[in-house]
Design a binder for this molecule. Structure first.
Ligand code: FAD
Length: 566
């Protein structure tokens, strides 16, 4: 990157845009650029968000090609996979965060601590709101040439009443509040006047949601109770503590391989963590969780659990800005759960090549059928027959299915179904299937497989993809002939479409870890835990956070967890 001092941003004294708000002035004026020997005509790349997607992008785009501005109300990047470890003092909060300014400064970019409220596609403006300390706010527009929406998601309430009594686990502040509550409840339970029933209630921890976040929190809590509680608090407390997981599905970690979810469940039951499956939370009250659970006959029974702390981690939903963007592109956006993009991650319905969406707030409209037809075409060309007359062998189908599974792991189940249907057609797999028969089997697969997993892995891959593509785009625009730039799909011309590569899922389940690598599962104790740590250590965002993580693990090994509720 060029060594350029980043100027302070200024608002244009003239107002504009549909709401007549001040507009952010261009970044460096011509004179400044001249003095610093950089181009003042670089496109303005505006990125909404400071999470996995945004940081993946910032770290991979060439800063010499764009004026980069990151807008986010959160002034740090958060390493979410290890957030559950911070709730009981296994790791420190600062080890999981990296100031976004430091990341943005490395590309000579600007950071604005504010929320995006609306995108004006025609004017290429983002309406931004900055909350001021006196409770007021300041609204203005930020102009862009390229906009990337990476605003993530927010907690899904599922319409359940009483969430004001729950804790959440999405931000560093959430983790701090959980930690405070765990330690406060322990202290309250130790007070001389507290009755035994009240002690049991205070020390009853209920986790709503049996996905990775809920499971990892329960595991961390359980480790803390076993490893540190008895050394620091009266031993009597240990018998009063209980941890419950309320899960609406038949298993915890139900998106993982069945073997893994079974292992985790058995391990938890063995560890006396109460796993309540097929149970749906109806409401939360200050001192209890009310839920219904299906009995062996499939009849739902109403039950309740007294609780001192309830963690709500039952999935995510759209942020307001995401809803607004989708709603402002009617006729193009059909998905109710995310902004839809094409395979180049361009928002469908927005002016081509100007607005992109990545990470949890987005979904790629799948074109699995197209991919399969492409493969079939190559086979047909090789065999010198038309695609309509081509007969596919089982082995060819397996090769195609393997490739599709790698690109769209969420299609695995549907492809397996085709496998078994294929078998019905052809018991010994020695025959072939006509093109028409195969397409009939695959009918509607695209509408059935609509979204990629909402994970850091996906957001990061999409950020890296856009970073590399934008760099290529900037170069291509200099070298391509004007008619190519104007008349062709330039994204498609310079870079392949985004392909998601599922590298596996992992989860910590209390002195053991589980891995799911594309259908191959690995479960285990200490070795798996070290492997789990190494994966995250390697993925950590900076050398500073890696050093801090290492220190935390070392300190915990030597002195136990930090039990100060800071
Ligand atoms: P985020 O990382 O959530 O970032 C969104 C950003 O947008 C934030 O900076 C936010 O402040 C900002 N923003 C919000 N609204 C606005 C607005 N209006 N204007 C501007 N900016 C805005 N995934 C895994 O792959 N593996 C794991 O082990 C794993 N563990 C997890 C554990 C926990 C506790 C949690 C909460 C999540 C976990 N995830 C995991 C999921 C993963 O964190 C998300 O999928 C990932 O963060 C999505 O990245 P993103 O960039 O889309 O959004």
């Amino acid at each position: 990157a060029e060594d350029v001092e980043v100027s302070l941003l200024a608002l244009n004294p003239n107002i504009g845009g549909p709401k007549n708000l001040p507009i952010l002035e261009s970044y460096l004026d011509d004179e400044e650029c001249e003095a610093k020997k950089i181009s003042s005509h670089k496109p303005r790349l505006v990125i909404l968000g400071s999470g996995w997607g945004a940081v993946g992008l910032v770290k991979n785009v060439n800063p010499n090609d764009y004026h980069i501005t990151v807008i986010s109300p959160r002034n740090h990047f958060l390493f979410t996979p290890m957030l559950p470890s911070a709730t009981v003092g296994t790791l420190e909060f600062r080890s999981l965060v990296e100031p976004i300014r430091r990341i943005v400064a490395s590309v000579n970019g600007h950071y604005i601590e504010a929320s995006a409220e609306k995108v004006e596609f025609q004017d290429r403006l983002v309406e931004v709101k900055q909350h001021l300390p006196d409770g007021s706010s300041r609204d203005f527009y930020v102009p862009y040439d390229k906009l990337v929406v990476a605003v993530g998601s927010q907690t899904n309430s599922h319409g359940v009443n009483g969430l004001e009594y729950c804790n959440f686990l999405k931000t560093i502040e959430d983790a701090r509040l959980v930690r405070e509550k765990v330690f406060r409840n322990l202290e309250l339970a130790c007070l001389p006047g507290t009755s035994e029933d009240e002690r049991k209630r205070l020390l009853s921890f209920v986790v709503c949601g049996g996905g990775p976040t809920g499971v990892e929190f329960a595991a961390e809590l359980y480790d803390f109770l076993n490893e540190d509680l008895c050394n620091t608090y009266p031993k009597l407390l240990r018998n009063l503590v209980s941890v419950h997981i309320v899960q609406s599905q038949g298993h915890i970690l139900n998106t993982y391989d069945e073997k893994i979810s079974q292992y985790a469940q058995e391990r938890f039951i063995n560890d006396s963590i109460d796993v309540l499956t097929n149970a749906r939370v109806k409401s939360v009250e200050p001192d209890r969780v009310i839920f219904s659970q299906k009995n062996a006959d499939g009849v739902a029974e109403n039950k309740e659990l007294p609780c001192g702390m309830c963690l709500w981690s039952t999935g995510v939903t759209l942020c307001d800005i995401t809803k607004d963007i989708a709603a402002s592109l009617p006729g193009h956006q059909r998905n109710k759960r995310a902004i839809e993009t094409d395979t180049h991650l361009r928002v469908l319905g927005a002016p081509l090549g100007e607005v992109y969406a990545i990470g949890d707030c987005s979904t790629v409209r799948t074109n699995i059928t197209e991919h399969i037809v492409e493969f079939l075409k190559t086979y047909a060309v090789k065999a010198n027959v038309s695609i309509e007359n081509y007969e596919i062998t089982f082995q060819q189908w397996r090769d195609i299915a393997q490739n599709i599974k790698r690109r769209f792991p969420q299609a695995s189940e549907h492809l397996r179904r085709v496998d078994s249907l294929f078998t019905e057609f052809d018991q010994d797999h020695s025959g072939t299937l006509a093109f028409a028969e195969l397409t009939a089997l695959l009918k509607n697969i695209d509408s059935k497989v609509t979204s990629l997993p909402a994970t850091a892995q996906r957001a990061n891959q999409q950020g890296i993809y856009l970073g590399r593509k934008f760099t290529k785009l900037a170069r291509a625009q200099e070298s391509l002939a004007m008619d190519e730039v104007v008349n062709k799909d330039i994204d498609d011309l310079v870079h392949r479409p985004f392909a998601y590569h599922h590298l596996g899922s992992l989860a910590y389940v209390g002195n053991a870890a589980v891995f799911d690598f594309n259908g191959y599962s690995l479960v285990g104790g200490l070795v798996a835990v070290y492997l789990w740590r190494s994966v995250y250590f390697a993925q950590s965002v900076s050398f500073r956070t890696r050093a801090l993580l290492f220190m935390d693990w070392l300190t915990r090994g030597l002195f136990g967890r930090d039990i100060t509720p800071l």
